[in-house]
Design a binder for this molecule. Structure first.
Ligand code: DLL
Length: 447
């Protein structure tokens, strides 16, 4: 069931609402923000020039660099006294990016997250263990606000504390989890070692996101915990989590809260707007935001839009699962590679776990790709048993089993990404675990 009425309105009604809010937003930033006024003046655009939604394509893009250049608060449009909450992205280098919310922004964010929770089937009957990190990261508080709004009970445990997570799942009767997918895999692994059968707990559903993941990873988490898992997408610059969310009815694409965040897909190289269905870079204009509204923010996330009807009854446009980032994308020997493609192959294979690390190195003039993958405990036990019990023939068999696993993985990955990789099988637990977003790429070419 949809949470709010705007989720099911007709396309005409939605577009009328979007146009009204877009016009208000352009006037608001033109009047209230020096950076945007200069940008719009330079292009000769006045707020009154926005007469249709199509006119959005004349507005300037905003990039991460704009946010960096205006650090910390020069892109805020609301007066400082109206900002009631601050967050910041972790940032890979140097200073983070700051974001600020007015009371109204927190209200809209809570609404977006209430829709997200409802989309995943969370109701006032649920006990939500919120594993997203609380703090400057938007995941923790965003999920907290949404869960509160639907009337669920929230356990604000935040990330980390793996054993305590498991203890609370058992003791508090947790029914829903909100977490990065990689951390759920880790929790399951630790729980298994402790002899916990997650399927016997009260767990029913989870909302996972904040990092690229694959359909195979979803199935793997669903099977391991015996729950339904929905994807959630968002970014701090736009609001945090809840920009879009999956419905549990279809689990196929994420409904965008498009009455708050107006989406476009562009060609990342030319900036040209692409038609529905085409894959490209997601761009969002916040059309109902006051602290730090952004015009045409380039997310660098790759997706596509679908306006087809969804069986859940929501009319909100859907975006496809994010397959990678246009800037995180690895270019190896001229080929574009997304780590999520490699992940999908790994998850299909028996004997290896979803813990992996993609290492890019430069050997001479050639870039090479190495994928470190952990084998499972069972694989190790079986291999060790064969070696200990076996005669020479069995040892050879075992070595050849390892070899053939490597060869198969190598071939499958090559089939998907188009270039050859070196596979390094490593023992369980040897790849560093993250308690938030997983780090899956080590690009040593930059060293
Ligand atoms: O990760 C907000 C969030 C919190 C989303 C909790 C979902 C759940 P940032 O730290 O600013 O914000 O990182 C945003 O993470 O541009 C994507 O590249 C990536 N990302 C977020 N969700 C997904 C997802 C939060 N479901 C960046 N699938 C975004 C793939 C995702 N990538």
């Amino acid at each position: 069931m949809a949470w709010s009425q705007e989720e099911t309105i007709s396309r005409d009604e939605m577009q009328a609402l979007q146009l009204k809010r877009l016009q208000e937003t352009v006037s608001y930033v033109y009047e209230g923000n020096r950076h945007y006024r200069q940008k719009l003046d330079a292009l000769g655009i006045k707020p009154g020039d926005i007469k249709s939604l199509d006119d959005i394509k004349n507005l300037p893009f905003t990039t991460k660099q704009d946010l960096r250049d205006n650090y910390p608060f020069n892109l805020f449009t609301a007066p400082p006294k109206d900002i009631i909450e601050y967050h910041a992205t972790s940032g890979t280098t140097g200073k983070p990016i700051a974001v600020g919310y007015t009371r109204k922004d927190i209200d809209i964010w809570s609404e977006a997250m209430a829709r997200t929770c409802a989309g995943a089937g969370i109701t006032s009957d649920d006990v939500v263990q919120n594993i997203f990190g609380y703090g400057l990261f938007t995941g923790g508080l965003g999920a907290h606000y949404g869960a509160l709004r639907v009337g669920a009970g929230v356990i604000p445990i935040s990330g980390g504390n793996t054993q305590k997570q498991i203890m609370l799942m058992e003791d508090f009767g947790t029914t829903a989890l909100t977490s990065t997918p990689s951390f759920l895999v880790h929790i399951h692994e630790v729980g298994e070692q402790m002899g916990v059968d997650f399927k016997k707990l009260n767990l029913k559903r989870a909302i996972c996101g904040a990092e690229p993941w694959s359909e195979s990873m979803r199935h793997s988490i669903q099977d391991k915990f015996g729950i339904t898992v929905c994807d959630i997408y968002g970014l701090s610059e736009i609001t945090g989590p809840g920009v879009s969310f999956e419905c549990h009815e279809e689990q196929n694409g994420l409904h965008i809260n498009e009455d708050f965040f107006y989406p476009e897909i562009i060609d990342p190289d030319t900036g040209e707007v692409l038609p529905a269905g085409a894959e490209g870079e997601l761009v969002f204009t916040t059309i109902h935001k006051y602290g730090q509204p952004l015009l045409r923010y380039r997310t660098r996330d790759i997706s596509s839009l679908s306006y087809e009807t969804c069986s859940c009854g929501r009319t909100l446009v859907k975006m496809a699962r994010v397959t990678g980032r246009s800037d995180d994308m690895l270019i190896i020997r001229g080929v574009n590679v997304y780590p999520s493609q490699i992940e999908a192959v790994i998850l299909r294979r028996e004997g290896v776990s979803p813990h992996y690390m993609v290492i890019v190195e430069r050997k001479g003039a050639m870039d090479s790709l190495r994928v470190k993958v952990e084998v499972t405990e069972e694989f190790m036990v079986k291999a060790a048993a064969d070696i200990l019990q076996g005669d020479e023939f069995d040892i050879l068999e075992d070595v050849s089993a390892v070899r053939s696993k490597k060869r198969n993985l190598q071939q499958d990955i090559k089939d998907v990404i188009g270039i050859s990789v070196e596979i390094q099988l490593v023992p369980p637990g040897s790849i560093a675990r993250s308690e938030g977003k997983a780090k899956r790429i080590e690009d040593r070419r930059k060293d």
